[in-house]
Structure formats: structure tokens, C-alpha cells
Design a protein around this ligand. Structure first.
Ligand code: NAD
Length: 305
């Protein structure tokens, strides 16, 4: 493979994704504002650059994996951002895998199309499902919005970091899919937790109720794969004091994006509002780094705390 891939944002997820691209044989050039991270990548043999523009000058495709919309705007539109000297940019394909709101994805996509003109350019929003372990094992699911042609050309890249790649439609639809998935996951976790808590108060044990849910109509990922009640399932965060897994603060962030998006399009979203309030409260109470299934213990079950 002679294709050179730029990677910006080498945090929990991005560092592992960049490693997998490297292992797949791509030449990878990286940037992060954290100097320790840059040093570690340079020691591993990656080419490092001091700015997003520096990366885009050197690579055919640029992938970003950043904390939030503001960081993505900065990397594209900031003073040393990719679009600031569009004429110097070698890259023609831009992939943003950060979880951000669809409106920002569309804004950046339009700015790329307007700025990087010669030779044609494309932007894909391609957020991921699956956490640090999936990023490490290369088993992420990518949800991709943008032109179908660009999606097809990027499939080999996605498949060296993940195992499922789903095309969602035009710009912003990948981000929309991600937000909707996590909204549904949050609400199902709340529903299961509330039901287990009520069940226990009414005298039915969690193990029995789980058996019933999982062979009845309440069965879902939160009951049969990621059960929030300690001791019911092995290998889930609930059985190791809610350590590891998907942090409550990331769930609160994603629900905030869902709330903003719902507001922008005027969608009714009472469940989003309730879920956002509950997960934000858990963060305020100090559980922001615990797995989000801790809502069972610290919100429903621990009502007397
Ligand atoms: P992280 O905070 O660990 O990493 C972000 C990295 O971006 C950091 O290394 C930071 O230094 C760097 N950065 C910030 N601003 C920058 C800038 N202007 N230029 C260059 N680098 C910059 O975050 P993460 O856990 O890797 O998550 C990244 C994205 O993936 C987020 O949008 C998150 O919501 C999403 N996501 C995370 C998970 C997860 O389980 N952690 C799962 C799915 C999706």
C-alpha cells in the first residue's frame, strides 16, 4: 500500500485506530496537541506533524478522532486548520470519526467542498460504535454519511479499523445515526434499570427477572448483554464496580448532542430530556468516569444515598 493516511486526535480511540492502520500497511502521519502522545508515536516510527495543516499537506486521506464539535471546527477552520491554506493541501478525502452533531458535520463537509477544489474532494462523517476494546481489536462499527462514491473508496480504510461499515446517506447522516443509537441505548438502559429496581422493591430478584426479560418482550442489549445489576452477568462493568466500559460523561455528552439536534429540527424528545438530566446528575455526583450502567446502582437503586 502506498496510500498515506493522516490521523489527527490520538486519544483513547484514535491512538488504537492509528495503530491498526499502521499494522495494515498504511503509511500514517499523525498530529495531536498533546506532546507526550506525539513523542510516543514518533518513537513507534510514525511521521509526526505539528499542525493539522501539516498532516493534510502530506497525506492522501485525513482522519480525525477528536473529543467534540469545537475541536473538529478548530482542526478544520482554526488558524492552523486544514482549510486555512486549502491550496497547500494534498488530501482529497477527509473522514471525521468524532461523535459530533450532524449540523456541524454538514457545515464542515460544505466548507471542505468549497475550499479544496482542485481534483475534487470529499468529506465523510463516520463515527463509531464500540469502545476502546473494539478500537484496539479493530472491530469497530462505522456509520458513514457523505457521497456514496467516497464511502466506497474509503471502505478498505474502514475495514482495517473495524468490522462493520454501514452507509447511511448524505452528509451528517453518519453523525445522526450515532446519536440516535446512543439515545436508544441510554433509554433502554434506564428502562431496564428502573424495572429491576422496582422489581427488587416488589420482591422479585434480579437474576430471575433477567431470565424472564431475556425470554420475554423486554429483552434487549441492556438486559441480555450489558446487564446493569451487579452479579447477574460475568464480564460486564456492573460486575467490576462499574469500571471500564462506556463512561457516564460520554453518555451525557452524546445525549446533549441528541437534545441539541432534536431542538434544531423541532422533534419531540421527552426521553432525551429525561435521560440527559439523569446522566448529567450522575456526572455531577462524581460518577463521570464510571460505566453508564452505574445508573442502576447510583440513581435507581441507591435512592437513599
Ligand atoms: P480522548 O479525549 O481520549 O482523545 C481525544 C484526543 O484528541 C486527545 O489525545 C487530545 O489531545 C486530542 N485533541 C484535542 N484537541 C485537538 C486538536 N485541536 N488538535 C489535535 N488533537 C486534539 O477521546 P476518545 O475517547 O478517543 O474519543 C474520541 C471521540 O470518539 C469522541 O468524539 C468520543 O465521543 C468518540 N467515541 C468514544 C468512545 C469511547 O469509548 N471512548 C466510543 C465511541 C465514540
Amino acid at each position: 500500500l502506498c496510500e498515506r493516511v493522516g490521523f489527527i486526535g490520538l486519544g483513547n480511540m484514535g491512538s488504537r485506530m492509528a495503530d491498526n492502520l499502521f499494522k495494515a500497511g498504511y503509511s500514517v502521519v499523525v498530529h495531536d496537541i498533546n506532546h507526550d502522545v506525539m513523542k510516543a508515536f514518533s518513537d513507534k516510527g510514525f511521521l509526526t506533524k505539528n499542525s493539522p495543516l501539516g498532516v493534510a499537506e502530506e497525506s492522501d486521506t485525513v482522519i480525525t478522532m477528536l473529543p467534540s464539535s469545537a475541536h473538529v471546527m478548530d482542526v478544520y477552520m482554526g488558524p492552523e486548520g486544514i482549510l486555512n491554506h486549502g491550496d497547500q493541501v494534498r488530501s482529497r478525502l477527509f473522514i471525521d470519526s468524532s461523535t459530533i452533531d450532524p449540523q456541524t458535520s454538514r457545515k464542515v463537509s460544505a466548507a471542505v467542498a468549497a475550499t479544496i477544489l482542485n481534483g475534487g474532494s470529499a468529506m465523510l462523517d463516520a463515527p463509531v460504535s464500540g469502545g476502546i476494546i473494539s478500537a484496539e481489536n479493530g472491530t469497530l462499527t462505522f456509520m458513514v454519511g457523505g457521497s456514496e462514491e467516497a464511502y466506497r473508496s474509503a471502505r478498505p480504510l474502514f475495514l482495517s479499523m473495524g468490522k462493520n461499515v454501514i452507509y447511511c446517506g448524505g452528509p451528517g447522516t453518519g453523525s445522526a445515526a450515532k446519536i440516535c443509537n446512543n439515545l436508544a441505548m441510554a433509554v433502554s438502559m434506564l428502562g431496564v434499570s428502573e424495572a429491576f429496581s422496582l422489581g427488587q422493591s416488589l420482591g422479585i430478584g434480579a437474576a430471575t427477572l433477567t431470565e424472564i426479560f431475556n425470554s420475554s418482550s423486554a429483552r434487549c442489549w441492556s438486559s441480555d448483554t450489558y446487564n446493569p445489576v451487579p452479579g447477574v452477568m460475568e464480564g460486564v462493568p456492573a460486575s467490576r464496580n462499574y469500571d471500564g466500559g462506556f463512561a457516564t460523561k460520554l453518555m451525557a455528552k452524546d445525549l446533549n448532542l441528541a437534545a441539541i439536534s432534536a431542538n434544531e429540527v423541532g422533534a419531540r424528545s421527552p426521553m432525551t430530556s429525561s435521560a440527559q438530566k439523569i446522566f448529567t446528575e450522575l456526572c455531577d455526583r462524581g460518577f463521570e468516569t464510571k460505566d453508564f450502567s452505574c445508573v442502576f446502582r447510583h440513581y435507581f437503586h441507591g435512592k437513599d444515598e
